[in-house]
Design a protein around this ligand. Structure first.
Ligand code: SF4
Length: 328
């Protein structure tokens, strides 16, 4: 957790300045929620993909962070301080949070001096301003405790709190493993972006956000996606099957092996080369599947799940025109 005075936002573009959300706020409290290393294990092994989107994403953004924010907000309100609790949830911003472009025709300002709703707060810059770490070359936030393994939530409050100093250390060593391991090449190795915040010049790689979107879903050509059918969504994060191959997994492994992170483990995360997938080659069922399922007749079509999903609990097709006597 780190605290920044709101004045550290001085110079921020109006559309991204949280002082327009809470003009009376004096302090911003930013909290980092650790992504458990084990939530990436199944993706690293190529054998279980749900743990990362559920425990590494949704459980933090949708359960743990809001509960903590709720408690903190209650505490501050009991002390008489208005507090705006903010989750890292996207939806209504006038700036597209993926591309960073302004959405023409999306909204109008409600006053001459006001920005267009909704203002988009840059959580990684917020974490930097609160002294939690630095933005790495990959643009993923790195902390001395966990490297790239955390998500953020924050609150703006009119309580005047003692600020934390801005982090002046160096975690990212520009090893470029993030760029090398990103299956879609979303992280440029040659072009960078520079911004100045609170008197500090920050620099990170120029990102191709749409390539990043493809990477999340397993790569441009499904290089990191072993699923042949539409993968079910998990709490809205179901497509995170790329498992942040470069920007989190490669980076984390590198920083852990360098010994620069405070969270130490008894065994290394990666002990062999990351697996590769070649969709042009046929992959016959394993011996286990052949012996225990195919030969015993315990086999069904992969679309059975989709067919099941389209039906209600009574087994009736949800799209059917005819009324269902049990529920209509
Ligand atoms: S992989 Fe290397 S270059 Fe990329 S963010 Fe991590 S430390 Fe920096």
């Amino acid at each position: 957790m780190g605290i920044a005075p709101m004045t550290r936002w001085e110079g921020a573009p109006k559309q991204m300045d949280p002082r327009y959300i809470a003009p009376n706020a004096k302090s911003m409290i930013v909290m980092g929620f650790r992504i458990a290393r084990g939530s990436l294990r199944g993706v690293e092994e190529g054998t279980l993909y749900t743990t990362y989107p559920s425990m590494g994403y949704a459980a933090l953004n949708q359960i743990y962070a809001p509960m903590t924010l709720w408690n903190l907000t209650n505490f501050l309100e009991d002390e008489g301080h208005e507090t705006v609790a903010m989750l890292n949830a996207n939806g209504g911003e006038a700036i597209n949070p993926v591309t960073g472009n302004f959405r023409d025709g999306w909204s109008v300002p409600v006053g001459d001096e006001k920005p267009h709703p909704d203002v988009l707060v840059h959580f990684r810059l917020a974490a930097f301003l609160a002294g939690l770490g630095e933005i790495g070359y990959s643009k993923v936030f790195l902390t001395p405790q966990f490297g790239p393994r955390q998500r953020f939530a924050l609150c703006l409050t009119d309580a005047e709190l003692e600020p934390d100093p801005i982090f002046e250390g160096k975690i990212c060593d520009r090893c470029m493993l993030c760029a090398k391991h990103c299956p879609t090449g979303a992280i440029s190795t040659t072009e960078t972006v520079k911004v100045t915040v609170a008197g500090h010049e920050l620099e990170w790689a120029k990102l191709n956000p749409l390539a990043c979107e493809a990477g999340i879903q397993g790569g441009h050509d499904n290089e990191l996606n072993p699923f042949l059918k539409e993968y079910p969504r998990r709490y809205g994060y179901g497509r995170a099957i790329g498992g942040a191959s470069g920007c989190i997994r490669a980076c984390m492994d590198h920083l852990e092996k360098k010994g620069v992170l405070q969270n130490k483990f008894s065994s290394p995360f990666r002990t062999e080369r990351p697996w590769k997938l070649d969709h042009s080659q046929p992959r016959p069922p394993t011996d286990d599947v052949r012996e225990n399922y195919i030969e015993t007749g315990r086999i069904e079509d992969a679309d059975a799940y989709i067919t099941y999903n389209k039906r209600d609990n009574y087994g009736t097709d949800k799209d059917a025109k005819a009324p269902n006597p049990l529920i209509d």
